[in-house]
Design a protein around this ligand. Sequence first.
Ligand code: PLP
Ligand code: SF4
Length: 310
Amino acid sequence: MTAYLGSLLRERALDDPLALQFLPDERELHALSYETSDPIGDVPYSPVKGIVHRYPDRVLLKVAHSCPVYCRFCFRREMIGSKGDALQGVELDAAIDYVREHREVWEVILTGGDPLSLSSRRLGDILGRLALIDHVGVLRIHSRVPIVAPNSVDETHVSALVQSKPIYLAVHVNHPEEVTEPVVTALRRLSESGVALLSQTVLLKGVNDSAPVLEALFRRLVLLKVRPYYLHHPDLAPGTSHFRVPIEVGQELMRVLRGRLSGLCLPTYVLDIPGGFGKVPIGPVYVSGNSLSGSREILDNQGIRHRYPE
Ligand SMILES: *Cc1c(COP(=O)(O)O)cnc(C)c1O
Ligand code: SF4
């Protein structure tokens, strides 16, 4: 845990939305039969160490094995911290060679562990080598560092993100109270350097399973030029069932938010299908019936159905 996060969590109740995300809980000991250590099936899609290639046009590159924090609901919690050091040397070369040899790879997504926990020199080196590959168009980084260790996003770190190819940074943020003044400074610094900012949020019971909380979070992010990208239904990681709400609850939240928020503020609600079948939007479903029988109906933001002639 970072010193910054320690001070942010100080004197919070155990059921506080920030404390719940980071402090251990007895309920974690209770794993369900269908929860697994590889809930989204990364392992079978890993052709070489550090790469996950599940979709033709993009790969994950897991450059770091550690995070500055340990989120209690993390789907990689079985892997993080346990495998030692970051990908480096010949293993890193082999992973980058894999990208170079696969011309269909248009986007490389650095994840981990947390890529921004690497030194700026290492990060800049990896991004620079990837940017030199002709068929790689876009580099994306998924990180929680700007939120949990905002003071480490300094000028040196940000300069590593200035590359010849567009860089998208998806920050993992779950609650409006995570967006403190130091976080605002870090996000401003990033957007001023030309990095395009996105966010991903995990829907978590007791943390952000409420329309006003999500509304406040998404509005705050858009004001900071962070475009909400995904709202993730939590993965089936062992001992995390106390964080999951039924999918109906997530769909209802999204329907209510669509009636209240600018489209700019609305992420897509997604689920990663267990077993490695990929991420898909899971609703709400606005269309029902079918066009052939003339029974097509469309749901509005108030939850009312309207006939749609086709
Ligand atoms: C989530 C994920 C991606 C990125 O998917 P997008 O929908 O493009 O954000 C890529 N590869 C793997 C293996 C993933 O799990
Ligand atoms: S920052 Fe992300 S990868 Fe790291 S522990 Fe938290 S959820 Fe897991």
